[in-house]
Design a binder for this molecule. Structure first.
Ligand SMILES: Cc1cc2nc3c(=O)[nH]c(=O)nc-3n(C[C@H](O)[C@H](O)[C@H](O)COP(=O)(O)OP(=O)(O)OC[C@H]3O[C@@H](n4cnc5c(N)ncnc54)[C@H](O)[C@@H]3O)c2cc1C
Length: 276
């Protein structure tokens, strides 16, 4: 195992630019789990980001929250303003693994790991977060809802680091995060849902029901009409347009679809009819 320990962002970017197979490592909570299995990756160069202190803090401006490329779940959990203004970030962070994982795991690692069952990604997507990438070739920003193109496929080149995640500050009239798992802690989502409503409209983001975490435009359009929904079943046609669940060891596709409809219905039934 070849580990580089750059002391600056520019040194890290130089390494990624010169070695196209080099792998950034942040908290290591995804990468190292796969270590015993991914034997073929042992000879690659790992770029340990832990000394890049400028990427660690989160910061607030008048318009946005900026999470750093190394901001952890714990950093967000203990941020009072995040709890008040963007509570879904805190709700999701508290449901990631347990405290040890929350202290090491980063939001950027969650995004780049690209699990369809991730907990950080849905809430960031429901808040219209933007991924900030940097390489020797410059900076690039990609809205998170356009970041993934397929299972583990994303708009990040190997020479790019996620150096930040921009989260706009808005007034929300509705926001909720739901994680349905086999138990309350240390569980992978069978279905995840992040729902927000702001001046920008409804955002409904689903996890574990498609190859990537994704927004649900048909459900969002339905909610925009303000039409009361009579039952969970009435949501199924829109859900069917938006998601493509699979049968796997955790759940069947039918179960995931039905759970998504029920959770959506129960979350939103009191809301329909309320003026914006
Ligand atoms: C016991 C356990 C429980 C878990 N529970 C949950 C859970 O409940 N919910 C959940 O969503 N996840 C869970 N995870 C997965 C993991 O903790 C999260 O996905 C975490 O956010 C990963 O962050 P990290 O910093 O550890 O990433 P790493 O493991 O360091 O990296 C993950 C990927 O991101 C890349 N990467 C990391 N940082 C950057 C960067 N700045 N720029 C470019 N690429 C980068 C790495 O190269 C790698 O491909 C769990 C993991 C464990 C071991």
């Amino acid at each position: 195992m070849n580990v580089m320990l750059p002391g600056s962002l520019s040194e890290a970017l130089d390494t990624l630019a010169s070695d196209g197979a080099a792998i950034p490592i942040a908290g290591g909570t995804d990468l190292l789990v796969h270590w015993p299995v991914h034997v073929e990756a042992h000879e690659r160069t790992y770029v340990d980001l832990s000394r890049l202190d400028p990427l660690k803090p989160l910061g607030w401006t008048a318009d946005e929250l900026m999470l750093g490329g190394l901001t952890t779940y714990w950093d967000v959990i203990r941020d009072e303003r995040a709890r008040e203004e963007l509570p879904l970030l805190v709700d999701a962070a508290r449901q990631v693994g347990a405290i040890q994982i929350q202290a090491r795991g980063t939001w950027a690692g969650n995004i780049v790991n690209a699990s369809p069952a991730a907990d950080g990604v849905p809430v960031l997507m429901a808040y219209d977060a933007v991924v900030v990438l940097e390489s020797r070739r410059g900076r690039e920003e990609v809205p998170l809802d356009r970041f993934y193109s397929g299972y583990k496929q994303m708009k990040r080149r190997p020479d790019q680091l996620v150096v930040g995640i921009r989260v706009p500050r808005r007034r929300y009239s509705y926001q909720v995060f739901e994680k349905v798992g086999a138990r309350r802690a240390q569980a992978i989502a069978k279905v995840g849902l992040a729902i927000t409503r702001s001046g920008a409209g409804w955002r409904v983001v689903a996890a574990s029901v498609a190859p990537t975490i994704r927004r649900c435009p048909a459900v969002e359009r339905l909610l925009e009409t303000g039409t009361p929904i009579a039952s969970p079943e009435a949501l199924l046609p829109a859900i069917a347009q938006d998601v493509a669940p699979i049968d796997d060891i955790r759940s069947s596709a039918q179960y995931r679809t039905r759970v998504m409809a029920r959770v959506l219905y129960h979350d939103l039934r009191d809301f329909w009819g309320k003026p914006g």
